[in-house]
Structures are given as structure tokens and as C-alpha cells.
Ligand binder design. Structure first.
Ligand SMILES: *[C@@H]1O[C@H](CO)[C@@H](O)[C@H](O)[C@H]1NC(C)=O
Ligand SMILES: *[C@@H]1O[C@H](CO)[C@@H](O)[C@H](O)[C@H]1NC(C)=O
Ligand SMILES: *[C@@H]1O[C@H](CO)[C@@H](O)[C@H](O)[C@H]1NC(C)=O
Length: 512
């Protein structure tokens, strides 16, 4: 793949690289297919979008191009992010990972202080994170590129490997940025950054100090997006076993060399200036927060940012956007329906697509994720059109999470509270994460310590980490309350949606 690709015309390049992420996704999303309800044989649970990262280790691939498995030669499957295409890109130019100097650029740190890598490893080795996966079917591919090699040379297994995720994160963190332009739409400044191999990432800059708590009186959609929230959400989603957030990595950007000097976006270029203390700043153009009052500044050139792997262009893989039934009222005076009607969930349960399959429990999974990270901004969610209505949800756009640690937001948990329904695999993982030997805050700290920006400062402060444990308890209490309530009407068995029927692993989750 690596040699063949270089000779291909650029449009094909672009296609290949952008599809590769999507294909990763599709390969992994079937991992819970086997957990499907026996009575529902024609609605595959396309559940897990991204692989879990047992031992994923950014430092492992530090020097030069990460080595991909032998089948990366296979251009036909094109499911690997090809990090070998540009030998000059990976880790050799030292933009991001040069030793600390006056500008405060970090050294790639990898394992770090006070974390519990062994707990993290133990968690991802647990049977609940290694449930059997069904073989990949033809229509489980989001995109396919015409094979260039003969069929008999192709690798038929096409398994997702953890090294693939590592390679992708490594690329996002270290590859040379060749272009940076604004992403149109949205209320806040975002850039699309491109790499020499035509891979792309969505850039969100640091706008406020990590520990600045969101003002309690702020109307919830006015909060700034947080780069560390995007990164932390990706880690949390994997720890919960969902894997529905595309990979995100932290990176120190040289505002001058990696944005100002290379951008072809004239509207963006016009907004650069040097602040009175000598920092290089810019503010771009967008509908709300793009003005000198909201400028983003390097120190003096170094700027923390999150880089998220881009999903394939909509022209290649159309996505469908769904309004969440539990979306907030964006009116200052009106309550949303779910806040007024005690029996709201009964209505939702009768409404397609929530009336069958796993959509309702998928939505509740998402509500649990959002409650844990206190994200109030989930008015819509997306799915891939190609997979129809019965597919996994993408947990995109998490920049408004982790705004507060001192307070919880119980309303985010309304879908669970009102429907009293939870996937069995989710519940078992939550119970696991509440035990001291796998404690959520500990595995989260360990997981986040693998991100390069940890070298600058921990991505989540301790109060945010302990809030995770507190909120996890609240979720489990809610489930117990539900079970109590349903028991009183003789229906205690309808709280847990058994997506694990027929599963009997070595360490059977039933024995947890
Ligand atoms: C991560 O990689 C580093 C460097 O190769 C190694 O020392 C460390 O043991 C690895 N950690 C894990 C959890 O694999
Ligand atoms: C950032 O880029 C500028 C312009 O290319 C360069 O002069 C400066 O040394 C760079 N800083 C770091 C820390 O790499
Ligand atoms: C998917 O769901 C939407 C909204 O409920 C519905 O209009 C559409 O017909 C559904 N498509 C299929 C293929 O079931």
C-alpha cells in the first residue's frame, strides 16, 4: 500500500485516506453484534464504532513511521491509515515533540506520573472488553476502494488491530501540517488541518484554562468549547466500551509555522495579530465567537489544541442527523416536552426508530456518557446513512463537556431516569468501573496520560476525575431505583435490556 499509493492521483489519495478511518470504524463496530437479541435476528447491533485501545500507547510508535501489519500493503482493503506514505512526516520534523524550550513545547511523555497503567491494562483485558465479535459482512463496510491487488493476495481476515489506532493517533499527533483552513458552519472557530498523505483532522484550540469552570448562569449553548473535553470524551467513550467517538489527540501547535504561514484561507489569514505581550493571536470568522474579544493566542507561538480524525466527506459517506427526543428547549422561557410530561418515555418508545431494535438503549448509553462528563449540548446525534436506521450512533462534538466538576446535571440522565432501560453490557461495565480495582477516575487518568498534551498539564484536573466517580455512582443508583420501581409493579426484569443473551465467556459477566 505504501508504495502503490504514492503514485496514485491525488483524488484517489484523498479518497483512500478518508475512507480508511471509516473502514476502521466499520470493522470494529460489529464487535457487539453477537450480543444481539435472539428475537431480533435481522437487526444487527452495529454498536461499537471504534476499537477499544487495550494498551494503546502513543509513545510506542514514537520514532519514525509506525510499523503497520503486513497487510497494509493491501491497497484494496484500504482500511489502514497509511502512516508510511510520507517518511518525512512522522516524528522527524519535531514540530510537536521537540524538547521543552522557552516556548514550552513538551517532550512526548507517554506513561506518566500518578496514573495506573496496570488498572487500565486490566480493564481492557477483562472479558467485558473482549466480547466475541462476529465476522465482518460485505455490507458492513462503509466505503470500499476497488482492489488493486489480486484477490488471492488479499488478507481475508481484515481485523482491526490496536496498533491501527495507535498509528492513527500517532499521525494526528506528529505528522506535518500542510494546510489549515477554517471549517465553515458552527458557532465557534474550527480549522481543518491536512497532512502530507491527505489525511485530515478537525482542530479545536484551547480557549480557556482547563480549570475554568463554566459559569452557572451561562445559558448552556453559550459555553466555549474545550479542547481538553474533546480529548477526554474520546478516552471516556472507550473506557465505557462504546467506541463511538472518532479518535482525538492533543497537540501543541506552532501558531505561526503551522497555521499562519501555511494557510490558504485569506479570511483566516487576515485575523492574525500580535498581542501587546508578544503572543501570536487570531480569531477567524464564524457566527458567534470570532472577534478580537475571543481571540485564540499562542504563548507566544505554542497553542494547545485537539485534533480529531475527520470522518469521510459527506459526499462519500452521507450521515443522517437525528433530533434527540430529550433535546433541551433552546427557548429561554419554554420547557421541553420531556420536562413536562411524566410519561414522556412511553411516547418515545412507541415512536420509530425508538420502537424497536436498540436505538433507545443506544440513546441511553449516550445519555450516560453525557451525564458522566456533564455535557448538556446533545440536541442532535448522527448515524451513517448507509447502514440504515438500525445502526450505531456517532457521539460527535463533545467540546462542551467537562465544563463543571463541582456540580452534576441530573437532567442529562433523563432518558435513563424516565425510560428505566439500560443495556446489560453497559451496566456490567459501569459496575466494573465502580470497583476499586478498575475505578473510573483511575483508568481515566491512566488513559489520558497517554495523550501528548499531558506533558503540558493533566488533561483533566483531579476534581473532574473524582466527579466521574461520583456521577458513576449516581448512574448506578438510578438503575437501582428503576429496578425497585419496576419490581413494585412486578416488572423488575424489563430494566436491563439483555444484549448479551447466549454469551458465556471464560469469566462470565453473570458472575461479576
Ligand atoms: C508504551 O511504550 C513504551 C515505549 O515503547 C514502553 O516503555 C511502555 O512499557 C509501553 N506501555 C504500555 C502500556 O504498553
Ligand atoms: C514556530 O514557527 C516559527 C516560524 O516558522 C519559528 O521561528 C519558531 O522557531 C517555531 N517555534 C518552535 C518552538 O518550533
Ligand atoms: C428511518 O427512520 C426515518 C425516521 O423515523 C423514516 O422516515 C425512514 O423511513 C426510516 N428508514 C428506513 C429504511 O426504515
Amino acid at each position: 500500500m505504501r508504495l502503490g499509493l504514492r503514485r496514485w492521483p491525488p483524488p484517489l489519495f484523498v479518497l483512500l485516506v478518508s475512507v480508511s478511518l471509516a473502514l476502521h470504524l466499520v470493522l470494529a463496530l460489529l464487535s457487539l453484534l453477537v450480543l444481539q437479541r435472539p428475537c431480533d435476528p435481522h437487526s444487527p447491533l452495529r454498536t461499537n464504532a471504534f476499537p477499544h485501545p487495550a494498551n494503546s500507547n502513543l509513545t510506542a510508535a514514537k520514532a519514525g513511521s509506525p510499523k503497520l501489519s503486513p497487510d497494509s500493503r493491501n491497497a484494496g482493503s484500504s482500511r489502514k491509515m497509511d502512516s508510511n506514505q510520507n517518511p518525512h512526516a512522522a516524528g522527524k520534523e519535531g514540530h510537536a515533540f521537540s524538547p521543552p524550550d522557552r516556548t514550552g513545547y513538551p517532550v512526548s511523555s507517554g506513561r506518566s506520573m500518578g496514573s495506573s497503567p496496570s488498572k487500565l491494562q486490566a480493564l481492557f483485558s477483562h472479558p467485558l472488553y473482549n466480547l466475541p465479535r462476529p465476522p465482518i459482512q460485505e455490507d458492513d463496510w462503509l466505503l470500499r476502494v476497488k482492489p488493486k491487488v489480486k484477490d488471492n493476495e488479499r488478507d481475508s481476515t481484515q481485523e482491526w488491530k490496536d496498533t491501527d489506532l495507535q498509528a492513527l493517533l500517532e499521525q494526528l499527533a506528529t505528522h506535518r501540517i500542510v494546510s489549515a483552513v477554517q471549517k465553515p458552519g458552527g458557532t465557534q472557530l474550527k480549522l481543518v488541518m491536512s497532512f502530507p498523505n491527505y489525511g485530515q483532522a478537525l482542530f479545536k484550540p484551547k480557549k480557556q484554562d482547563r480549570d475554568a469552570e463554566t459559569d452557572f448562569n451561562l445559558f448552556y449553548f453559550s459555553d466555549f468549547e474545550r479542547h481538553n473535553a474533546e480529548i477526554a470524551a474520546f478516552h471516556l467513550d472507550r473506557l465505557l466500551g462504546f467506541q463511538r467517538i472518532p479518535p482525538v489527540v492533543g497537540r501543541l501547535i506552532n501558531v505561526t509555522a503551522e497555521i499562519k504561514d501555511i494557510t490558504t484561507d485569506r479570511k483566516l489569514a487576515r485575523t492574525f495579530y500580535t498581542s501587546p505581550v508578544g503572543n501570536v493571536c487570531f480569531y477567524g470568522q464564524c457566527s458567534y465567537y470570532c472577534s478580537t474579544e475571543h481571540a485564540v493566542c499562542g504563548r507566544p507561538l505554542a497553542l494547545e489544541a485537539s485534533l480529531a480524525a475527520m470522518l469521510p466527506d459527506l459526499s462519500l459517506a452521507q450521515r443522517r442527523s437525528w433530533r434527540s427526543p430529550w433535546r433541551r428547549s433552546y427557548s429561554r422561557s419554554k420547557l421541553a416536552q420531556w420536562e413536562k410530561e411524566p410519561n414522556f418515555c412511553a411516547t418515545v418508545k412507541k415512536t420509530p426508530p425508538y420502537n424497536k431494535g436498540t436505538r433507545l438503549v443506544d440513546l441511553i448509553d449516550m445519555a450516560i456518557l453525557d451525564f458522566l462528563m456533564s455535557n448538556m449540548d446533545r440536541h442532535h446525534y448522527e448515524t451513517f446513512e448507509k447502514f440504515g436506521n438500525n445502526t450505531f450512533l456517532l457521539h460527535l462534538d463533545n467540546g462542551r463537556a467537562f465544563g463543571r466538576h463541582s456540580r452534576d446535571e441530573p437532567s442529562v440522565l433523563a432518558p435513563l431516569e424516565q425510560c428505566c432501560r439500560i443495556r446489560r453490557s453497559t451496566l456490567l461495565r459501569l459496575q466494573l468501573l465502580s470497583r476499586p480495582q478498575y475505578r473510573l477516575s483511575d483508568v481515566m487518568r491512566a488513559s489520558l496520560s497517554q495523550d501528548p498534551l499531558t506533558a503540558v498539564a493533566p488533561l483533566l484536573s483531579e476534581p473532574h476525575l473524582s466527579a466521574l466517580d461520583r456521577r458513576l455512582d449516581a448512574v448506578l443508583q438510578t438503575v437501582r431505583r428503576c429496578q425497585g420501581r419496576r419490581r413494585s409493579v412486578g416488572r423488575s426484569d424489563d430494566v436491563v435490556y439483555d444484549d448479551m443473551a447466549g454469551y458465556a465467556g471464560g469469566d462470565t459477566p453473570a458472575r461479576l
